[in-house]
Design a protein around this ligand. Structure first.
Ligand code: SAH
Ligand code: SF4
Length: 356
């Protein structure tokens, strides 16, 4: 039988499994829950308050990890680290830790690959493989929480900006968020977890109806449907006007500000016309714009905008009363843009096979 990933279970399911499957008293489940979410356990051997026989039984029937780490990269400034996990079924996912002065931000994946096909995105270029389970989403956080704890440090923020479209995997993503924020589990503040979406309108409305307190970022990237159609295929299904209506609904229902993501691509979506169109669309809305010069990828010919053009774009937004921040993508030198590390692993393997 396939081992069960204990990070896939909620507390009731863990208790049920421990009592029914292993014939253990309930308090053992409580001890394990504590090992999982307060000690970020990655193996059973460390669980010193459990009898040795039980630890051996657990090791046989269950897992805690995400499979194997097949690649690990550190940025030249030492502040960004990226890990590529190969899951038991062979799929790859990436997780990035970014250290700032006070923050320890994790960028986590919610799917292996992505079905949305955004042309500039390395994950979009590889296509969709499968959704991640709750345990696979939570497990990325536990891996780094464990590592940071070795030096008395901890995860302060999470962004769901790794591989995949979080709202396409709605149930598992939001169950993982609930687990990460529950006081008796990982206990991170809901406001510390940002979910980024390409703009899946029905899921955004559901998110609003559930009055979710996790901040939402929406990848807009263009202010006219003509331009956005070229970059983001799902724009044909849910065009800009519908995405913005859903954004207003989220703001109304949650009282929280929306962040718009905008990857600046030279000569494409970085023109004064696009900035003006964006200013007109969102002026007066409770929102903020993150401007990120494009991170070049193998499958897309676009180039990042120049500093001058970024400044010009930002000036136009300011004139419309729209606040914005120019962000530098962290860890460009370690291919920390989503999906890029997996590309390297798969291509490397293909090359090795070719070479015999
Ligand atoms: N699927 C979600 C979250 C993952 S992508 C979404 O699209 O929002 C996280 C962010 O990285 C998105 O804003 C996405 O548009 C952006 N992104 C993807 N590829 C990029 C690239 N090559 N350069 C800059 N930003 C990129
Ligand atoms: Fe998927 Fe987001 Fe990449 Fe688009 S940008 S392909 S939605 S991961």
């Amino acid at each position: 039988m396939k081992p069960i990933n204990l990070y896939d279970l909620d507390q009731a399911a863990l208790t049920q499994w421990m009592t029914a499957e292993l014939g253990q008293p309930k308090f053992r489940a409580a001890q394990i829950w504590d090992w999982l979410y307060k000690q970020f356990a990655l193996d059973f051997e460390a669980m010193g308050n459990l009898p040795k026989a039980l630890r051996a039984q657990l090791a046989e029937k269950a897992t805690l990890g995400l499979g194997t780490i097949t690649d690990e990269l550190h940025s030249s400034d030492g502040q960004t680290k990226k890990v590529l996990f190969q899951l038991p079924d062979g799929q790859y996912i990436e997780t990035v830790l970014m250290k700032y002065e006070k923050r320890r931000t994790l960028c986590i994946s919610t799917q292996a690959g992505c079905a949305m096909g955004c042309v500039f995105c390395a994950t979009g270029q590889m296509g969709f493989f499968r959704h991640l389970s709750v345990g696979e989403i939570v497990g990325q956080v536990m891996y780094f929480a464990h590592e940071l704890a070795q030096t008395g440090d901890h995860v302060t923020n999470i962004v769901m900006m790794g591989m995949g479209e979080p709202l396409h995997n709605y149930e598992n993503t939001l169950t993982a968020v609930d687990r990460l924020t529950a006081p008796d589990a990982f206990n991170l503040g809901a406001r510390k977890i940002t979910i980024s979406t390409v703009g899946l309108v029905p899921a955004m409305r559901r998110y609003a109806d559930e009055q979710r307190q996790t901040p939402l970022a929406v990848s807009l990237h263009a202010a006219t449907d003509e331009e956005r159609d070229k970059l983001i295929p799902v724009n044909r299904r849910w065009p800009i006007a519908e995405v913005l209506d859903a954004c207003r609904y989220v703001v109304e229902k949650t009282g929280r500000r929306i962040t718009f993501e905008w990857a600046l691509i030279a000569g494409q979506n970085d023109t004064v016309e696009q900035a003006q169109a964006l200013g007109k669309l969102i002026q007066g809305m409770l929102c903020h714009v993150n401007l990120i010069p494009l991170n070049p990828t193998a499958g897309y010919g676009g180039a990042p905008s120049s500093h001058e053009q970024v400044d010009k774009f930002q000036e136009v937004l300011t004139a419309y009363g729209v606040s914005s921040t120019v962000r530098v993508r962290r860890g460009i030198d370690i291919q920390a843009g989503c999906g890029q590390l997996r590309d390297r692993a798969v291509q490397g393997k293909a090359a090795r096979v070719k070479g015999g």
